[in-house]
Design a protein around this ligand. Structure first.
Ligand code: PGA
Length: 247
């Protein structure tokens, strides 16, 4: 059985004062919650950990591939682990687009996360043009081949399927489309990693809200969600966490 995961990506939003939302989330979690993760901006990781303790895990939104060195402004995975954070998101489409990250960059970052003892959440997803052209599954397979390291710990490897056109737009694929994408991802991972792939969790991301969460979590092979906008406020994120715990 894969443990469900509700992951929030705050992107470049929030403030020290906004960390209060984390305390509110921790206080209002459902009984027997799934794993809950928030990835705040890097300057707030340490404060966030102090604020919520173990009930909500804290992660980073990106990392460098190297353990240390002359890389001004970058953050190494051993530093993220040193703070007590547990996860790192790699290959988010905003990183791929804004910073030109390639599949091989993403693979190296995922590898760096795993080597530091973190769980690496590897994001993949098609553009609107690729979706319109019916290329979704081919794109996902190519990204999985390129972005997932060979030497994984399946328990600390998470794949987030995030159609780029669904991120922050209020648009989502149909439930059938999410189901077939997740089934295809599972098959591709099993072809490559055999039975070990059973432990890899698959998240859906892109405009997950309190109103659509239950339907999405009812899909087989959806082990949770990577949530952007709706993870900023406890009033939005806790209902999503609750929907996941009831799925
Ligand atoms: P969204 O973002 O929930 O605001 O659409 C999802 C993401 O980018 O992870």
């Amino acid at each position: 059985m894969r443990r469900k995961l509700a992951a929030g990506n705050w992107k470049m939003n929030g403030s020290r004062a906004a960390l209060y939302e984390l305390a509110k989330m921790a206080e209002t979690l459902p009984e027997d919650p799934p794993e809950v993760l928030i990835c705040p901006p890097a300057p707030y990781i340490a404060h966030a950990i102090e604020m919520v303790g173990p009930s909500i895990m804290i992660g980073a939104q990106d990392c460098h591939t190297a353990e240390k060195g002359a890389h001004t402004g970058d953050i190494a995975t051993p530093m993220i682990a040193d703070l007590g954070a547990s996860h790192v998101i790699v290959g988010h489409s905003e990183r791929r687009t804004d910073h030109g990250e390639s599949d091989s960059d993403v693979r190296a970052k995922a590898d760096a996360g795993l080597k530091a003892g973190l769980t690496s959440i590897i994001c993949i997803g098609e553009s609107e043009a690729q979706y319109d052209a019916g290329e979704t599954i081919n794109v996902l397979n190519a990204q999985l081949r390129g972005s997932v390291p060979d030497d994984i710990d399946p328990y600390r490897t998470v794949i987030a399927y995030e159609p780029i056109w669904a991120i922050g737009t209020g648009k989502t694929p149909t439930l059938d489309e999410i189901a077939s994408a997740h089934a295809a991802i599972r098959t591709t991972l099993t072809d490559r990693f055999g039975d070990r792939a059973d432990a890899i969790r698959l998240l859906y991301g892109g405009s997950v809200k309190p109103g659509n969460a239950s339907d999405i979590f009812g899909i087989p092979e959806v082990d949770g969600a990577l949530v952007g906008g709706a993870s900023l406020k406890a009033d939005d994120f806790v209902p999503i966490i609750t929907a996941l715990s009831e799925s």
